[in-house]
Design a binder for this molecule. Sequence first.
Ligand SMILES: [Cu+2]
Length: 166
Amino acid sequence: MKSTRLAAIGIAAVAVTSFGVLGAGCGSSSSSSDTTPATTASTPTSTTSATPSTATTVTVDLGKGSEFNMTSSVASAPAGKITFDVKNDGTMLHEMVVVPEPAGGVDALKQADGTADEANAVGEAPDIEAGATKSVTLDLKAGKYVLLCNLPGHFAGGMWTTFTVS
Ligand SMILES: [Cu+2]
């Protein structure tokens, strides 16, 4: 009786071992293909969390309604990165220059030839063709600014608007 039981256990052990080998063969090929997507999926997750740069977006329209009109979607924004999406709705070339407002106000920027003094400009979206949009992102400190177009005659024609950074 004892020898019969041992023989039966021996057969069972062999069966388990052979199943185990087959199982390992199948499992290793499927588990290696599972690990690859898991690794690549974790990479974009870390990139996304590293991009919470909260730049305020301001839309500026040029030439909307009348050729020398300049309007911004908001009149103020918090200090920091501000992206100006400047759209030329007019029929001629325009630009948007950002200049700190001088103590004397917007009129103090006016030069003899009618253009604005842009020596202190902090940035610009230059040469925007009719129908085109250009974006510029500026890191602005708190203060009053003037957004203006400085192509000949445009500033004198009233192509400017004020903008406050707080
Ligand atoms: Cu202009």
